[in-house]
Design a protein around this ligand. Structure first.
Ligand SMILES: Nc1ncnc2c1ncn2[C@@H]1O[C@H](COP(=O)(O)OP(=O)(O)O)[C@@H](O)[C@H]1O
Ligand SMILES: [Mg+2]
Length: 223
């Protein structure tokens, strides 16, 4: 039986500012199969980033649970959680979060620095070639355009060969032409390695190119 890669069960999340509670997620449930591509749309402030952070183990729900291959991310011990974030899940942020002192190749190799392996460099170079940056490997992030920086961030997210890729408005800071190219790269990378992709986007056309379209509204996910 195929239990899928990710199962979200009745997740609730609020933020507290002083005495005021801001309810963001109230009762989000979702099942995702291996190899699916999902888009999540929703108004600004509807909780898309909050949800994605919870799916990636970067934040915890107040109640409910998230199961990655039937293992609870909420109950997982810290060391196992760290391993999940390092090896099973690749996160791409709206702002690229590259390290300015490192060059492009070093930024991509970073998640594997603890893995001491000869193939690390070859894989980083391969990924950078796939996103069209073979000629930029020794550049610093400052010497790249926004679209190029985001492609470096994508290559880095895929470095450790994660089953699950979470992308939070990865083209939100880019013009539409550049954004299209970057997304093209992302879909190519996800599909060539049969990865599961969950993509937060504001773009209807982009959402439609995913195998499932979801909307986050009033704290709940609608199909
Ligand atoms: N760390 C935080 N502390 C307090 N409120 C927060 C925090 N992060 C997000 N929020 C609030 O939660 C709501 C959802 O935020 P977010 O998940 O970033 O929405 P989206 O990504 O859909 O724009 C917003 O109203 C935001 O102001
Ligand atoms: Mg957001």
């Amino acid at each position: 039986m195929n239990n899928g890669i990710l199962r979200v069960k009745d997740v609730h999340k609020s933020y507290h500012i002083g005495r005021r509670a801001v309810k963001v997620l109230h009762g989000v449930s979702l099942s995702v199969q291996h190899g699916e591509t999902l888009s999540i749309m929703g108004a600004s402030g509807s909780g898309k980033s909050t949800l994605l952070h919870i799916l990636g183990g970067l934040d915890k729900p107040d109640s409910g649970d998230v199961f990655f291959e039937e293992k609870s991310l909420v109950k997982m011990k810290p060391a196992k959680q760290a391993a999940f974030r390092a090896h099973r899940c690749g996160f791409i942020f709206q702002s690229y979060h590259l390290l300015p002192e490192l060059d492009v190749l070093q930024n991509v190799m970073l998640p594997s620095m603890t893995v001491r392996c000869k193939d690390v460099r070859a894989r980083a170079e391969h990924l950078l070639e796939q996103v069209g940056l073979a000629g930029r490997m020794d550049h610093r992030p400052m010497e790249l355009s926004g679209g190029e920086q985001q492609r470096v961030a994508m290559a880095r997210a895929l470095m450790n060969d994660p089953e699950l890729i979470l992308a939070d408005e990865p083209t939100g800071n880019l013009d539409s032409h550049t954004g299209k190219n970057v997304l093209h790269n992302l879909f190519d990378l996800a599909q060539s390695e049969e990865r599961t992709l969950i993509l937060v986007t504001h773009n209807e056309a982009v959402a439609q190119s995913c195998s499932r379209e979801l909307v986050l509204k009033d704290g709940k996910l609608e199909e």
